[in-house]
Design a protein around this ligand. Sequence first.
Ligand code: PLP
Length: 384
Amino acid sequence: MPTYARLPVMFDRGEGAWLWDKQGKRYLDAVAGVAVCSLGHAHPAVHEALCAQAGRLLHTSNLYQIELQEQLADELAQASGLDSAFFCNSGAEANEAAIKLARRYGHLRGIDKPALVVMEGSFHGRTLATLSATGNAKVQEGFGPLVEGFIRVPYDDLAAIEAVDHPDVVAILVEPIQGEGGVRIPGADYLPRLRQICDRRQWLLMLDEVQTGIGRTGMLFAFQHDAILPDVFTLAKALGNGVPIGACMARGIAAEMLTAGKHGSTFGGNPLACSAALAVLKTVRENHLAERAKTLGARIAADFRSQFVNNPHVVEVRAKGMMIGIELDRPCSELVAQALEEGLLINVTAEKTIRLLPPLILTDEEAQLLVSRLGALVSRYTAN
Ligand code: PLP
């Protein structure tokens, strides 16, 4: 189906932060499969784990106990401070699990039509419930009727949430940083205050960490910058470094909602996917990749800021770890094809924001190359 407006390139192989196309041309990958390949391409630890597991056992189904799934759940629980995990295959599915969990929490509290507070500019996926939660009219257009039960407020606006006066609200679903929405980083007190509001109102605080999770922002999970615990958070993307896996993590009462028969997934948490995710977590931990994301991301952002200091068309450089946004004063999606020509993979989101999600294993030299190549492109683009 013509679902994607694909760029005219087909990649043949990858290694680290580099991809090669069919003609042998080399590209520096500053998108990493949209925040997926955080360990870069063809990482030996993932390669080895997958080959070993493929020769042993791929899949048995969730009818039976799965040792690697239990190990992965334990590791994620220990690393996050939450209690339990439900495994699936994508970010949208992880958020579906969170939405179902929140609704059930509402029903158990005697609320017949539970509602979730969601944000303008958010992105939570393309299934019917997650596109209904998503704050982007383009994503929803032509797919009505939408799933009901979402109350939308502006992002990074605590007063708007305080003003929600609706007895059916059971949870807030929010991204710690909006990725698709334009790399929007909320104020420092946003998540801690949301935590307080949720505690006071007995709402679940549910964080969509599908894009921010697994070291991307400089901590293993973005909420760890703030020393708070959500009741629920979701993961996918970088968890498998390219092997499809998603997770919905929960604690306390939220972890008790999805009991036997209430939810499920044929593939979710199968031995192959879990072997990849375990290799990813081990590699991120042993190589201190979250810390690396923090320092290198800050340096890249500082280099871009000094490069653009005299360019009035660059509105802002925003970054938390290796989640970097460069907002221009004009739509700039054409930059993607221009960068491709020059052997650089970038992304543009929210029309005017260049989004960089480089692999966390990027070297200092590769980071410099990214800054100089993209810096020159942006200067040329805004000069016209
Ligand atoms: N949530 C966030 C924050 C995302 O960025 C995305 C994908 O971009 C999703 C959910 C959906 O994930 P998937 O495409 O794996 O369903």
